[in-house]
Ligand binder design. Structure first.
Ligand code: HEM
Length: 456
């Protein structure tokens, strides 16, 4: 029996009752897909192979000597929790459609990937998601990328060492096209944040029982079937038990200074005073900086970051329909669109991203998010979310506007904001806030099973 990806019950990965196929799936799946791997320090290497035999041999060596399985990762987390020391670094691999061809798979072969978006590659999808033209992307991404190698750890040292070893093993025929360095940022409460200063990475689809058990779930069920994130790996020895996941990578630059000016100007235009001024930014993101969901509270609540909520009792007078987290997860429908976000922030800052310094002290470029997410369908998840939800000013309700954080395309219609939290009185129509996140390039990859890589 193939692994049942549609099973709604979260995976009890260490249960003695687990069937042989599911065990084999876990032994052959890359980490960081079912459960986030620590990647406080991250190196992202973009590679081009140019020689079938050498490219294959390199990936085979990488998989057999440096990559662990999803099961090993889950065991390491268990051991760490029990005080048995930290785990090993993460090494992940994604291959683009051009990469599969360069590794010797025929055009016909590559067509066996179900996902048309993957088969196109990101450069041919700019119109669908309103991305900037490829000529405006950074040079690395304008080139034909064959593979991405992710190296992550809680500490910088192991990442640097592994990076050296992996690059040292790259065959002469291959090229390193570029590299990104990610570096986690935390607020004083210890929560991971992005460059605008907001807690990020809190809301995730959870697949593993250990994680689901820790969450309150009165309103929102964080447990998702494996079918949100896994597909059979078409080139693995046994696709019934060897799985992979589509990986979207996008470098998203954030103009923090502009975003902070927008927060200030919006608070001014709505006449928000004192502590209530924080609500301006929260209406754009859907959460306050400390992660408090705007649909639940009119002020930041502090304490653990809530995720057990829906928007069912909110007609837009608390959290606007356009708020980033409401756009990207309306919660009352669209569960099949939810994807496993695994990004990391990039870029050095001289200022403290979470404090109240004025906009002039904020960076206007060179910092942002290395957006990454695992999908079972790029067409039905990442692209659907970006195109049909974030870029669509009429999603859910007419004329509510683009996603103010990630929406792309002309923001020509005017929008209204609630003047008082939870009250029907709306502002006069005003122009949508300008775009402050710019896509600098990216690619679609498939993160294959270890069984595929070991057998190359
Ligand atoms: C959640 C920021 C890009 C999809 C969040 C949160 C923040 C945030 C602060 C709230 C934390 C949480 O609920 O986990 C950003 C920034 C981005 C960015 C600054 C770009 C620089 C994207 C993109 C997508 C996306 C490109 C997908 C197309 C989501 C989703 C959630 C989320 C699905 C969780 C919503 C939920 O389940 O409640 N983001 N994000 N984000 N973001 Fe983004």
């Amino acid at each position: 029996m193939p692994v049942d990806l549609t099973n709604e019950r979260p995976l009890a990965w260490d249960s003695a009752a687990l069937d042989a196929d599911t065990k084999a799936m876990l032994d052959n799946l890359q980490p960081n897909i079912l459960r986030a791997h620590v990647r406080e320090h991250l190196s992202v290497l973009f590679v081009r192979f140019n020689d079938v035999a050498e490219g294959r041999a390199f990936l085979r060596r990488l998989a057999t000597t440096k990559m662990k399985s999803a099961r090993q990762h889950l065991q390491e987390i268990r051991d760490f929790g029990a005080g048995r020391g930290p785990g090993t670094p993460y090494v992940g691999v994604g291959i683009s459609k051009a990469g599969y061809r360069d590794l010797g798979h025929s055009v016909e072969d590559v067509r066996t990937f179900d996902d048309p978006v993957f088969r196109d590659g990101m450069k041919r999808r700019t119109a669908e998601v309103n991305d900037p033209p490829v000529e405006e992307w950074e040079r690395t991404y304008q080139r034909e990328i064959h593979a991405v190698i992710l190296i992550g750890d809680a500490e910088g040292g192991p990442v640097d060492r592994l990076r050296e070893e992996i690059l040292g093993d790259l065959p002469e025929s291959a090229r390193l096209l570029g590299e990104e360095r990610g570096q986690g940022m935390r607020n004083p409460a210890g929560d991971g944040i992005e460059h605008f200063g907001y807690v990020d990475g809190r809301s995730q689809p959870l697949f593993v029982k250990d994680e689901v058990d820790k969450e309150p779930k009165k309103h929102w069920d964080p447990a998702f079937p494996l079918s949100n994130v896994l597909v059979p790996d078409p080139f693995a020895p046994n696709p019934k038990r060897h799985h992979g996941s589509y990986l979207v990578f996008r470098k998203l630059e954030q103009n923090v200074r502009a975003f902070k000016e927008i927060e200030r100007d919006l608070a001014d235009s709505l006449g928000l005073k004192g502590a209530d001024r924080e609500r301006a930014g929260a209406m754009l993101v859907g959460r306050f900086k400390d992660g408090t969901p705007l649909t639940l509270k009119s002020r930041p609540a502090g304490g653990p970051v809530a995720n057990d909520f829906t928007f069912d009792a909110d007609d837009g007078s608390k959290c606007p329909f356009s708020g980033h987290v409401r756009k990207t997860n309306p919660r009352s429908f669209g569960r099949e669109v939810v994807m496993a976000r695994r990004g990391q922030t990039y870029g050095e800052r001289a200022d403290d991203p979470w404090d109240d310094s004025p906009p002039e002290e904020r960076p206007s470029g060179e910092v942002g998010l290395l957006f990454m997410a695992f999908n079972a369908s790029l067409l039905g998840q990442f692209e659907f979310m970006q195109q049909t939800w974030a870029n669509n000013p009429d999603f859910e309700m007419p004329a509510t506007g683009h996603d103010p954080v990630i929406g792309q395309g002309d923001r020509d219609i005017k929008v209204r904001f609630p003047k008082v939290w939870g009250k029907p009185e709306m502002s006069v129509p005003q122009p949508q806030v300008p775009q402050t996140v710019t896509m600098k390039g990216g690619e679609y990859f498939f993160a294959p099973s270890l069984a595929y890589l070991r057998n190359l």
